[in-house]
Ligand binder design. Structure first.
Ligand code: SF4
Ligand code: F3S
Length: 107
């Protein structure tokens, strides 16, 4: 079991999540974060920390977000680790809650 970062993180990237993860299993891309499913210990600490409500347990994913299971697993292998909070992306508030953001995902 793992937790998964879903679409609403894209273009927001608040990074509050990384501060609470006891095993530092977040990885950072240009406009999105992912969780390494092999490292996540399923502690659930990150879920309530995300201002964009983008983090879910893989067995409680909202409808339509299933593809993010594979996206997290794949990009965690490619992107560098992030363990310290940084500023969100400049237009985070504007993008928070928008749909169709997967088209904006930069790899
Ligand atoms: Fe880290 Fe726990 Fe969130 Fe998994 S559920 S990413 S271990 S804080
Ligand atoms: Fe993304 Fe939420 Fe973390 S927006 S960077 S999953 S705090």
């Amino acid at each position: 079991m793992t937790f998964v970062v879903t679409e609403n993180c894209i273009q927001c990237k608040y990074t509050d999540c990384v501060e609470v993860c006891p095993v530092d299993c977040f990885y950072e891309g240009p406009n999105f974060l992912v969780i390494d499913p092999d490292e996540c210990i399923d502690c659930a600490l990150c879920e309530p920390e995300c201002p964009a409500e983008a983090i879910f347990s893989e067995d409680e994913l909202p409808k339509g977000q299933e593809e993010f299971i594979e996206i997290n697993a794949e990009l965690a292998e490619e992107w560098p680790n992030i363990a310290e909070k940084k500023d969100p992306l400049p237009d985070a508030e504007e993008w928070d809650g928008k749909t169709g953001k997967i088209d904006k995902l930069e790899r």
